[in-house]
Write a protein that binds this ligand. Sequence first.
Ligand code: ADP
Length: 368
Amino acid sequence: MRQVSVECRGVRLSYGATAVLRDISLAIEPGEFFALLGPSGSGKSTLLRLIAGFAQADAGELLIDGAEVSARPPWERNVGMVFQSYALWPHLSVWDNVAFGLVERRTPKAELRRRVAEALERVGLAAYGERRPGQLSGGQQQRVALARTLVIEPQVLLLDEPLSNLDKSLRVQMRQELLELQRRLGLTTIFVTHDQEEAMTTADRMAVLDHGVLQQVGSAQALYDQPANAFVAGFVGTMNLLPARVRSREGGCLLLDIDGVGDWRLPAPADEPAGERLLVSFRPHALQVGAVDGAGDAAAVHDAAAALHLAGTVEASEFLGEFTRYRVRVGVQDLVVDHAHRAGRARFPAGAPLGLRLEPSQVRLLPG
Ligand code: ADP
């Protein structure tokens, strides 16, 4: 099958006075498994419906396989969409549900039979053609919805929260199945999710949306390690964010005054944000936990290459198996600290003093 690209250029869409998509430019590669990730109401479904042809942009271009398709109706776009609700006909058999699109297209009988059988085979439901949707599990219904879309042989597959109706263990299994199927078919696939784990474990790349604004596009690791801003940092994983003021920029170093904590000296990164106010960010597991070294200072100034040492006090903790998540007070700030667990390792109680060590390489500076 020919793999096609999908591209949005300067797409805007408003409902009345509400701007839902604000100047979205995005290029999805042929054959890519691409996630649209963002909180509820961020505009993900609207963008997906726009690509499908169920919504119209006020401005901008939409290209599929390099051709502008904004004026084309959904059925002329070679796009297949699987809805969150599956939208199966309850009174029709699985076979007839899958055949529906082909009947509408007046596909000859022999071809229809072949294609429906093939689509059911692909999703592992060859033996279930006679059943009604109500006689299937949630995961099987999801596969019927998928087969019904695949049978029309779309060039682009659009999935709107395809796994959200399934329980946790089935969701993990289905997302692997979905990924394997996508790899086998090589179908350019765009799926909407608010679940960062789902996006990170499946997508080649993802776009993070907030309030209709595209925040960042990249691989899971790029977004996790190099978030563009505080929103992405907090949405893709957990991040400590400390507001800081730049005291000086000298000799490849930055001297920062962290609000309520003290001074930190860091090597200036290549992509240092401009401005006097910054956010110092680091992941909870980037902090190494140790006993207090007796220094006692809330924070100290160190030379650029050295690690930062902080002294804090345990406020609360949660045991999560793989690690213990602590809330630690440092100066006036609360930090989230993940400490890897080993059998027999005792938890630090609330009130215990804690020494924290942080490598400058694990710190990322974000716009304040
Ligand atoms: P998401 O998929 O990220 O949850 P949506 O694209 O469904 O977000 O919605 C984005 C925003 O657009 C929301 O504020 C929603 O209320 C609004 N919206 C979506 N569809 C319509 C519509 N048909 N009419 C008016 N507002 C809408």
